[in-house]
Design a protein around this ligand. Structure first.
Ligand SMILES: [Fe+2]
Ligand SMILES: [Fe+2]
Length: 322
C-alpha cells in the first residue's frame, strides 16, 4: 500500500544488544531522521550540538542503561527513559554500563555526520589492527584497561569519556604505515622506526573534527613519556595530559602481555615489573600504582607465570614500538 513503509524484523533475532553495533538509519527524508543505535557495555560517547544546533533531537532508551553527565550532575536513564536536545551549547558525555539500545529522532540530517565519523573510524581501526601483525582488538582491550585504571583513580565524568574514546582509537594512525614496516619481523632500522613514530600524530589528525579537541590530543600523546624520551613531540611532565598518562600505561601493558614478533607475551607480573621500573621516568607512578592495585584486586597477579590465553597468536608491533 502506498504511504507505508514496514520492516518486520527477524523473529529469531536475539534481543541482546550486540557487542558493537553501528548506527542504523531506519527512516529519513532529509528533514526528519529516525535512527537506532547500539552501544556496547562500557562504551563512552558524547551527545554533541552537531552542525545544526537548533535542530530537535530526541533520544529514547529502549534497552539497557545510559548515564548522562552534565557538569557535576549525573542522570541515569533506564528503559523507557528519554531526553531531547535543542540549542545544545556543549558536548554531553554519555556512558552505558550494561549496554544500551537507543531510538533517536532528529530534525535535519544527523545520520550522515554521525555515521560517517563512527563508521570511518571503526573501519580505520579494523584496518590498522589487521595491518599490525594481528593486534586484533588491541583498541578495545586498551580502552577497557584504561577505563578500569581511571575508575580506580577516582576519575569519572568527561575525563573518563574522553579517555575511553581516545583509547579505543589511539592507533588508527597506523593505517598510514606501510605493511613492509609494520609486519617486519625483528628490529626496525632508524628510518623505519621514524615512520612508525609518525602514527600518534596521524591518529590525532584522523580524530580531529569528529570529536571534542581533547580526544585527538590524548590519542596523539600515547607514546609521550614523562622524561621527554617519548614521541612524536617529546613532551614531558605536566605537558602530557593526565588522560594520556593513563593511556600510555594501559597501552604498554597490553603490548607487553601480547605476543610480539620477536618475543612471546609476558605474564602480567613481569609486565607490571617493567612498568614499575619505568615509573617516574617514563610512566606516571600514580597510574602504575593504580594498575597494580587493579590487577591485584582482579586476582591477575596470583600466578606469576600466568599468560592470558587470549594473548597467544596476538602480536604487538616490532622492535618494542607499540
Ligand atoms: Fe597501541
Ligand atoms: Fe601506538
Amino acid at each position: 500500500m502506498e504511504g507505508i513503509h514496514c520492516t518486520v524484523g527477524n523473529p529469531r533475532a536475539a534481543a541482546a544488544i550486540p557487542a558493537a553495533g553501528p548506527l542504523r538509519l531506519i527512516a529519513g527524508d532529509g528533514r526528519l531522521e529516525v535512527m537506532l543505535c547500539d552501544l556496547p557495555p562500557g562504551a563512552p560517547c558524547f551527545v554533541t550540538p552537531g552542525s545544526t544546533p537548533d535542530a530537535l533531537e530526541v533520544y529514547y532508551l529502549l534497552d539497557g542503561d545510559l548515564v548522562l553527565r552534565m557538569g557535576e550532575d549525573e542522570t541515569v536513564l533506564y528503559p523507557g527513559g528519554h531526553f531531547h536536545t535543542r540549542g545544545l551549547s556543549a558536548d554531553i558525555p554519555v556512558e552505558t554500563r550494561s549496554g544500551a539500545r537507543l531510538l533517536m529522532v532528529s530534525e535535519g540530517a544527523s545520520f550522515d555526520r554521525m555515521n560517517r565519523c563512527s563508521a570511518e573510524l571503526w573501519d580505520l581501526l579494523r584496518r590498522a589492527e589487521d595491518k599490525d601483525l594481528h593486534t586484533h582488538a588491541h583498541g578495545i582491550r586498551v580502552q577497557s584497561c584504561a577505563l578500569r585504571i581511571c575508575r580506580r583513580m577516582g576519575r569519572t565524568g568527561e575525563f573518563g569519556v574522553s579517555l575511553g574514546i581516545a583509547a579505543l582509537f589511539h592507533d588508527v594512525g597506523k593505517c598510514v604505515i606501510p605493511d613492509r614496516i609494520l609486519k617486519k619481523p625483528g628490529r626496525l632500522d632508524p628510518e623505519e622506526a621514524a615512520v612508525v613514530r609518525m602514527h600518534p600524530g596521524e591518529s590525532r589528525r584522523m580524530l580531529a573534527g569528529g570529536f571534542p579537541d581533547r580526544i585527538p590530543r590524548i590519542a596523539g600523546q600515547h607514546h609521550e613519556r614523562l622524561d621527554g624520551s617519548g614521541y612524536p613531540d617529546h613532551l614531558s611532565g605536566d605537558d602530557i595530559l593526565p588522560e594520556a598518562r593513563i593511556l600510555a600505561v594501559a597501552d604498554a601493558y597490553d603490548a607487553m602481555t601480547s605476543d610480539r614478533s620477536y618475543r612471546r607475551a609476558l605474564p602480567p607480573v613481569a609486565a607490571l615489573a617493567e612498568l614499575r621500573a619505568g615509573a617516574g621516568r617514563a610512566y606516571d607512578p600514580a597510574v602504575v600504582a593504580a594498575l597494580e592495585e587493579m590487577l591485584e584486586d582482579e586476582g591477575i597477579l596470583e600466578d606469576p607465570h600466568r599468560i592470558d590465553p587470549a594473548s597467544r597468536g596476538r602480536f604487538a608491533s616490532p622492535a618494542g614500538i607499540r
